[in-house]
Design a protein around this ligand. Structure first.
Ligand code: ADP
Ligand code: ZN
Length: 589
């Protein structure tokens, strides 16, 4: 019967079960790979349509008599939602997790063992449960184990932002069920994480599908901190009045203070962090999802698995940990494809804080080194004077060729790479990702990714208002030699505030106390504003030439400072865009 031949076809399933007309981007290629019994590693941004990549093959293979697909997911809320939606669409699905009673669990197990179930969602720890494994063995022996889908696959990597040790055990799926196809999916993976996923999940034979990570409707802007709360308020009032948004802060205290302050300024703002009572948290989340124009002020506890299409902005009042976190968090804006904004205010204190958090963490040296490298890459993005999107995408190994961009000026990359979810590296077998992000230390801000020179997105702050730059090389040398003089002059270390006072020749008690008005570096930087000096220091810290240590952020030179002192490194800095502050100012950057 003709009916029958179309019955298992992916497109028929897409239309008949999900009600969509056509596949998006790489979905079809991915689905064909898995339906044919091959492994796949899928990197697709949030909202890209990852779920269908395993749901359609699961249905197709079930219809072909190949039994149950096991979907491993760490997100209980997401399992509930997906199972609900699938059952709604007439697809027999269920989940096994700690929220079920033992009767409910037994009922699900019976459905699974009969092979009637199309999809079983399970938490990763379930996979190592001997009873569950025995059940999978039994299904497998009867040819009723159709595929494994491993969602949020980056959780297997210690280098990622969301490591879960239970994921490590998932390598046993390959060892125990070598004939069952596996598809691993993630929205975040830089080169290091990607290599880690391949190795730890034993996906050496998998085809790798990398979609474009570009979110063209998101406008990126990163501003220098200068009374950040007021900057935020201005940003919301001027550009996002009555629109839904998320404001990320690092600490719970700051979340509460910021929410209260915005509220007092007449913005509908709610706090959200893991320290709030669960009921309250739920209510705030519900209001954010249902009401219009709520601004959620939150720690990173907020967001995973929250799918609100019309979030118009995501603002950061503190620097995220790294580019993956930045991308993930800003990616919650504009899922509906309408214009949205990712806005961040950052300053020297952020750089110092993040460095300190890494330095003081109990992790091993290797881990810290990687974290520092990742932070450096984020700082380079924040300090960049060229297109943010080009930088962001190049971090994910992607070369931007936007519609607004000039033709590719760089060396040929071996064939066109279309935008919008196209398979990129489908070389089966051993292809490992390119070298990872910088491993700490210096990362020159200028002169990298030469082949991207000239390409512009036209939808980021730097493209829309190209910042003027000035050569800060001489200033950097002055700052470094001043720190060096402090050290020579009694071995004492000082923070940024005092350094700037000495450079600018301010007569303070502290200057007199240490006799610093007699240093050769006294007042050698009177020509620059305090703000310009802060930019110089930010760069020096960002590039790792200076470290700020301890509670007071006292400054010390590193090995690499010498190259700047010798004039071997050029520092191109943004000309500050905010007006210099008047009168007394805080030292907090
Ligand atoms: P991800 O898991 O990658 O974040 P989802 O799988 O949740 O993304 O899909 C995001 C949205 O896009 C969902 O609402 C989904 O129904 C929709 N979607 C996915 N694929 C298609 C398609 N081919 N056609 C239309 N809508 C799609
Ligand atoms: Zn741009």
């Amino acid at each position: 019967m003709t009916q029958r031949t179309h019955h298992h076809a992916p497109l028929a399933i897409l239309q008949e079960v999900f009600g969509y007309n056509a596949f998006r981007g790489a979905q079809q290629a991915i689905i064909e790979q898995v339906c044919a019994g091959g492994d796949a590693l899928v990197l697709m941004p949030t909202g890209g349509g990852k779920s269908l990549c395993y749901q359609v093959p699961a249905i197709a293979r079930h219809r072909a008599g190949q039994g149950v697909a096991v979907v491993v997911s760490p997100l209980i809320a997401l399992m509930h939602d997906q199972v609900g939606a699938l059952e709604e669409a007439g697809v027999h699905a269920a989940f096994l997790n700690s929220t079920l009673s033992s009767e409910e669990a037994q009922r699900v197990e019976r459905e699974m063992m009969s092979g009637r179930l199309v999809m079983l969602y399970a938490a990763p720890e379930r996979i190592t449960n001997p009873r569950f494994l025995a059940q999978l063995d039994s299904l497998n022996e009867r040819g009723l184990l159709s595929l494994f889908a491993i969602d949020e696959a980056h959780c297997v990597s210690q280098w990622g932002h969301d490591f879960r040790s239970e994921y490590l055990a998932l390598s046993l799926l390959h060892e125990r069920f070598p004939a069952v196809p596996r598809i691993a999916l993630t929205a975040t993976a830089d080169d290091i994480t990607r290599a880690d996923i391949i190795e730890r999940l034993r996906l050496e034979e998998a085809r790798i599908f990398i979609s474009s990570f570009d979110r063209p409707n998101i406008r990126y802007a990163i501003v220098e901190k200068d009374k950040p709360r007021e900057q935020l308020l201005r940003f919301i009032r001027d550009e996002h009045e009555d629109e839904a948004g998320v404001v990320y802060c690092q600490s719970r205290k700051k979340v509460e203070e910021t929410a209260a302050w915005l509220e007092a300024e007449g913005i509908k703002a709610l706090p959200y962090h893991a320290g709030l009572d669960a009921g309250l948290r739920q209510r705030h989340q519900d209001r954010f999802l249902r009401e219009d124009g709520i601004v959620m002020v939150a720690t990173i506890a907020f967001g995973m698995g929250i799918d609100k299409p019309d979030v118009r902005f995501v603002a950061h009042l503190d620097l995220p940990k790294n580019i993956e976190s930045y991308y993930q968090e800003t990616g919650r804006a504009g899922r509906d494809g309408q214009p949205a904004e990712a806005w961040m205010a950052y300053g020297l204190a952020d750089v110092v804080n993040q460095r300190r958090m890494i330095d003081e963490s109990p992790a091993g040296e290797d881990f810290k080194k990687i974290q520092r490298g990742k932070l450096d890459a984020l700082l380079a993005l924040a300090e960049a004077t060229d297109c943010r999107r080009v930088r962001l995408l190049s971090y994910f190994g992607e070369q931007y060729r936007g519609e607004g961009g000039l033709p590719d000026a760089g060396p040929s990359q071996g064939g066109q790479r279309p935008l919008g979810g196209q398979e990129r590296s489908d070389v089966g077998g051993k292809r490992l990702p390119d070298a990872g992000p910088p491993q700490g230390g210096q990362r020159p801000l200028e002169g990298q990714e030469r082949s991207d020179v000239g390409v512009q997105c036209g939808n980021c702050d730097n493209c829309l208002n190209p910042p003027a730059t000035w050569d800060g090389t001489e200033a950097a040398r002055k700052a470094l030699s001043c720190i060096y003089r402090f050290h020579q002059n009694g071995g004492q270390r000082f923070g940024v505030g005092h350094l700037l006072d000495v450079l600018r020749g301010k007569d303070t008690d502290k200057v007199r106390q240490y006799g610093h008005q007699h240093l050769s570096t006294w007042a050698i930087g009177a020509d620059l504003s305090e703000q310009q000096w802060r930019a110089v220091l930010r760069q020096l810290v960002a590039l790792g030439h200076v470290v700020a240590e301890g509670e007071y952020g006292t400054l010390a030179l590193t090995e690499t400072a010498r190259s700047v002192l010798k004039g071997e490194v050029q520092l191109l800095l943004r000309v500050p865009t905010v007006a210099p502050k008047k009168g007394k100012q805080s030292r907090a950057a």
